[in-house]
Design a protein around this ligand. Structure first.
Ligand code: NAD
Length: 354
């Protein structure tokens, strides 16, 4: 098997939003790589996201297949050992995580399990198999609230939610492995991503789909929280660069366009050409407990060292994103009718924050 492909990458959590965009981007750009996608298919994982690749691959003989899907958990050492032995990976890129802050405020057990224990299991297996490169996908939320200025890669970690604390913990564990065990790892901290295939509990797809369903969009607090909005393909381009050119044991921030949540909703409202004022389409709720008001990751390091610059303009790709959800209503409608989606929103309503 490994004679045909020069390199095989283990992608963990590739059936989620960013992972499936990354696999599509990478699969189309690099025919010489083989990709193994290990995903537990939790509520946010969706194999349908990669159906176009799966159907192309189905008609190839097994040994020539460039994409393999394995349903499994990063906390399961047996599966990891089996895959590492079978494929002799050249790198691992870990997207697998519990990723929604609101859910971590309702219950944090799964967050600790996957985001900390799962990552520990992955780096321990990587170390034992002398993996040449490990890339951890992390978040700007690990820096916590940034009232003024910017957070850079060496800024203190000051997480505010169980989600961001679990991601910060993973970053620290990885840092310790790079120092003590010489694990060749790199951390990439992305800001708020948006684009196609995002699970519709996150702000952009929830707003688009609620507006289309004539439901009001819940807005935390005043809606003046500032996030750095990053188009998912720009993030994929950054991960690609880090994989090929990033320096071992380093961390790279990747940032987008600063906007308040209300500004993002206004832009979606405009793109959908909704009648009436935005006020008629939104409802303000109690703020998240411990909410961060501003994230502002500085990404001069990846720009200067690796030459990454954002390629996409916020207004243009937000319009494209709105169009994608307009054209793929069956995709998000199927998700929104599942009990795991409905139950979460019932719980949020009871707590009066969404
Ligand atoms: N979405 C963002 O704005 C954003 C920004 C910066 C960083 N990140 C990070 O990027 C990564 C991907 O985020 P996303 O938005 O695509 O999340 P997502 O929730 O859409 O996808 C997560 C994927 O991980 C899988 N998964 C969960 N637990 C698993 C386990 N134990 N074993 C194997 N697979 C498991 C899920 O099935 C799903 O396919 C996460 O690590 C997240 O912290 C996300």
């Amino acid at each position: 098997m490994s004679l045909i492909f020069e390199k095989t990458i283990l992608i963990c959590g590739g059936a989620g939003f960013i992972g499936s965009n990354f696999i599509q981007y990478f699969y189309n750009k690099y025919p010489e790589y083989r990709l193994v996608n290990l995903d537990a298919l939790t509520y946010s994982g969706n194999r349908q996201n990669l159906v176009s690749i799966e159907s192309k691959e189905m008609i190839r003989p097994l040994v020539e297949r460039r994409y393999h899907f394995v349903q499994g958990d990063i906390c399961d050492s047996q599966i990891l050992n089996r895959l590492f032995k079978e494929y002799n990976f050249s790198s691992v890129i870990n997207f697998a995580a519990e990723s929604h802050v609101d859910r971590s405020l309702c219950s944090s057990y799964d967050f600790i399990r996957t985001n900390i224990n799962g990552v520990h299991n992955l780096i321990e297996t990587s170390r034992r198999h002398s993996l040449p490169r490990f890339i951890q996908i992390s978040t700007d939320e690990v820096y916590g609230d940034v009232p003024v200025g910017f957070s850079f890669e060496d800024s203190p970690l000051n997480p505010s939610s169980p989600y961001s604390a679990s991601k910060a913990s993973a970053d620290l564990l990885i840092k310790s492995y790079t120092r003590s065990h010489k694990l060749p790892a790199i951390i990439v901290r992305g800001s708020n991503n948006f684009g196609p295939l995002q699970y519709p509990e996150k702000l952009v797809p929830l707003a688009i789909s609620n507006f289309l369903e004539n439901k009001k969009m819940p807005v935390h607090g005043t809606g003046q929280h500032i996030r750095s909005w990053l188009y998912v393909i720009d993030f994929c381009r950054a991960i690609d660069l880090v994989l090929h050119k990033g320096r071992e044991n380093e961390t790279y921030n990747v940032s987008g366009t600063a906007k308040t949540n209300l500004e993002v909703l206004q832009a979606i409202h405009k793109a959908l050409r909704l009648s009436g004022h935005l006020d008629n389409h939104k409802i303000h709720t109690r703020d998240r407990p411990g909410a961060d008001l501003r994230y502002a990751p500085g990404d001069s390091k990846i720009q200067h060292e690796l030459g990454w610059t954002p390629k996409y303009i916020f207004d243009v790709v937000l319009n494209d994103t709105v169009e994608w959800y307009l054209n793929n209503q069956a995709w998000w409608k199927e998700i929104k009718q599942k009990s795991v989606f409905i139950e979460h929103y019932k719980r949020q309503e009871q707590a009066n924050y969404y």
